[in-house]
Each structure stands twice: as C-alpha cells, then as structure tokens.
Design a binder for this molecule. Structure first.
Ligand code: PPS
Length: 305
C-alpha cells in the first residue's frame, strides 16, 4: 500500500502545474478555488466553529498550533494526532481530485471544528457572520510578511514564480499576489473586529511575549490554563520546537509541492528579517505605502522589537 504522501507526490508530479490566478471581486485567488466558489461561498459554518484567518505568512501555523494546544489542555500526544492541515481544514484550498477540498474536509468533520482561511473579509462565506462564529486573526508587519511570502513562493512549486525580489515586492504592494492586497486584508479585518467576535493578534506581540498572547487566546476561547499547561504551550509552540515538529512544519507534504531545500517552511521566525533583503529605497516605498494606505485606520505595526 502506498502512503498518502507518495500518492500526493505522484498526483502533483503528473497532473499539477503551477496554480493559475484568477481575480474574484478584485482579489487574485487560485483558479481551482474560484472554480469551486459556489460551494465555498455557500459553506455552512456552525455556531461553535472557530476560524483562524490571516493574510498568508502572518503566523497562521503558529497560532493554529497554539489554539490546538489550548483546546487539548496542553496534551502533546493529542496535538500530534495528525498534521496541522488535517486537524484544521484550509477552507478555500482545492487540491486535485481525489484529494478532498478544504471545505469537504470541514463538512466531514464533527463539531467543534477549527478551520483555517486566508480570505479577505468581503469573501468570507456569510454563514460565519450569520452564525456569529469566533474568529482569531493574526497580522504581521508588511515588510516581514512580504519577505516571508517571497521565500514561500520560491519553495512552493504550485504558486506562481515570484520573479526576483524587486518584482515580487512590486506585486505585493500592488496586491497582485494570491489573496490580494495585504493593506486591505489587515485593515478590513481590523474594522470587522468592532462588529464581530474577533481576536486580532499581532505576530510581533506573540514574539515579544508568547505567554501573554497565549493567555489572550485561552481567554477568548473561554478556557483556563494552569501555569504548567501555559508553560508547556509556550515551550511547544516556540519556533525551534515547531521547526523540528513534522506535525506542523509541512515536511509531510511531498517535495514536489513544498521544496524545503530551497527555503524551509519554518524559515527564520523572527521580527526584522526584512533588513536582510530590503534596500533603503524598497523600505521607503513600502513604508510610504503603509502610511498612505493605512492612514486613519488606527492600525500600527512594529517592524522590529
Ligand atoms: S501559511 O502558509 O500562510 O500558513 O504560513 P504561516 O504559518 O502564516 O507563516 C509562516 C511564517 O511563520 C513563521 N512561524 C513562526 N514564527 C515564530 N514562531 C513560531 N512558532 C512560528 N511558526 C511559524 C514561519 O517561520 C514563517 O515566517 P518566516 O519569516 O518565513 O520564517
């Protein structure tokens, strides 16, 4: 019997080319997602669903593992029951058949479910709002987010070729990358938190004081953590632990999909790595775009600690 990884490897190598991007209501999305849009848009959220939503590369996997650890009372074995993408289906992800789509995985899952999405506010299926589902959103400063997304495009063989760093940064600023404009994403979710139960977290705060941010997550979920459990969650979800944990570091996907030799999924996990890649002109260009496009939003980011 072949294992799932080998089946996926064959499928991806034989049948799958790089994803094509198609615009949906002004947002570039993977074509396969757009082709399934009716089903995604009509997805039936349940009142006890928890949604983890982020712009790509903002710290999704980190907060996913924190949430699972909180939900499982810090039980390491329970959190090792499956790779993170099986424990928390990625709603709008539509891999080639016969692999199930994210929404099919979710539909087959008993409650309570925790789901992942990168959708911007206006494309989130209405049922999440109607059912008043709790949502955890994580935002990361634009410069580190862009650098992380660039390296991810290099190692993810299904995303479009990123071009060189300068070209990628231009596309990032113009919102011409998968899931669209970082500026719109972080800002629209920031506004949504005033009318919906949304815990809005920042990657930089999580780096600065993980215990404090984990406590915020637990409080939001109505779960009390004892001191030893909190300490275990801090330990287990720190970068070095997650980098070597196959249940969260995405090494369970075939190299035809993610090539960790080019750049590991768990790459650096720091605040301020942008300084390695940005020229002074590029820094100014993105900082100016942030000042212009986030003006009046009340949203501020730290790009170093
Ligand atoms: S994805 O593909 O959108 O789900 O990726 P996502 O998980 O959002 O982002 C990956 C980046 O998050 C970093 N990461 C962490 N940083 C600090 N601590 C922990 N525990 C952690 N886990 C993941 C990961 O290294 C990627 O950032 P970069 O800057 O590329 O290292």
């Amino acid at each position: 019997m072949m294992d799932l990884k080998s089946v996926m490897e064959i499928l991806f190598l034989k049948f799958v080319k790089r994803f094509k991007m198609v615009e949906l209501e002004g947002v570039p999305l993977i074509k396969d997602t757009v082709e399934q849009w009716d089903a995604i848009w009509n997805f039936k959220a349940r009142p006890d669903d928890l949604l983890i939503c982020t712009y790509p590369k903002a710290g999704t996997t980190w907060v996913q593992e924190i949430v699972d650890m909180v939900q499982q009372g810090g039980d390491l074995q329970k959190c090792a029951r499956a790779p993170i993408y099986e424990r928390m289906p990625f709603l709008e992800m539509c891999p080639p058949k016969p692999i199930r789509t994210g929404f099919e995985e979710a539909e087959a899952m008993p409650s309570p479910r925790t789901l992942k999405s990168h959708l911007p506010v206006h494309l989130l299926p209405r049922s999440f709002w109607e059912q008043n589902c709790k949502i955890i959103y994580v935002a990361r400063n634009a410069k580190d987010n862009a650098v992380s997304y660039f390296h991810y495009h290099r190692m993810n063989k299904l995303l479009p070729e990123p071009g060189n760093w300068d070209e990628f940064l231009e596309n990032f600023i113009a919102g011409k990358v998968a899931w669209g404009s970082w500026f719109d994403h972080v800002q629209h979710w920031w506004e949504a938190k005033d009318r919906h139960p949304i815990l809005y977290l920042f990657y930089e705060d999580m780096k600065e004081d993980p215990a404090r941010e984990i406590q915020k997550v637990a409080q939001f979920l109505g779960i009390e953590l004892t001191e030893p459990v909190l300490n275990r969650i801090v330990q287990h979800t720190q970068f070095d632990s997650m980098k070597t944990n196959p249940m969260v570091n995405y090494t369970t996907l075939p190299p035809a999909v993610l090539d960790h030799n080019i750049s590991p999924f768990m790459r650096k996990g720091i605040v301020g790595d942008w300084k390695e890649l940005f020229t002074e002109a590029q820094r100014k260009r993105l900082d100016d775009a942030c000042a212009r496009l986030l003006a009046g939003s009340g949203l501020t980011f730290r790009a170093q600690l």
